[in-house]
Design a protein around this ligand. Structure first.
Ligand code: FES
Length: 182
């Protein structure tokens, strides 16, 4: 049998060094295991929270395609172009409000999703279902039951093409401004 010397110099079987039989040592091992458990649990919770944070950050930043929706010269002032963006079932409306400015919005009314249209006579976007009216320049609600502005399509001009590059759902820094083109 293999032996080892304890603190007092007594020879003890080796298994006594491996397996503690003293209550104090057992408590010490328990505390150490408990501390290890706490560290591992904290680490797991930290990694879990980090994962949730990354997922919610990615969810808040949807990736939109860049899609040509019109040429600058082909729509007269007061004219309209209907298109789908970002998906094939997301109808949108583009309105040329002046020689140099165009705006585009989701065509779904923010009340109950009826299709809105541009009223040239009233120079506003109107919803036929419950007489909800929106500003053609900002998409903000002018009147009626809708409580939220129309989501705005972010446009960029590249050459003579107007390209949809994103959706402004919450009125970011460019919200309320019209896209200018030459
Ligand atoms: S659905 Fe547009 S005002 Fe009700």
């Amino acid at each position: 049998m293999k032996l080892f010397r304890d603190g007092d110099g007594n020879a003890e079987p080796l298994w006594r060094e491996e397996v503690s039989i003293h209550a104090a040592d057992e408590r010490y091992v328990s505390r150490r295991q408990f501390a290890k458990f706490l560290v591992l649990t904290s680490l797991a919770m930290f990694v879990g929270n980090l994962w949730i944070l990354v997922k919610s950050w990615l969810a808040r930043k949807p990736v939109y395609p860049a899609r040509p929706v019109a040429r600058t010269g082909e729509i007269p002032v007061g004219g309209v172009r209907l298109f789908n963006y970002p998906g094939p079932n997301d109808p949108c409306i583009l309105v040329r409000t002046s020689e140099t400015e165009v705006v585009a919005y989701s065509q779904k009314c923010t009340h109950l999703s009826c299709a809105v249209y541009y009223s040239k006579e009233n120079d506003r976007i109107e919803c036929p279902c419950h007489e909800g009216y929106f500003s053609v320049r900002t998409g903000d609600v002018l009147q009626g039951p809708p409580e939220r502005p129309l989501p705005r399509v972010v446009l960029e001009q590249r050459g003579d093409q107007l390209i949809a590059v994103g959706m402004d759902l919450g009125r970011g820094p460019q919200g309320g401004k019209e896209a200018r083109h030459a």
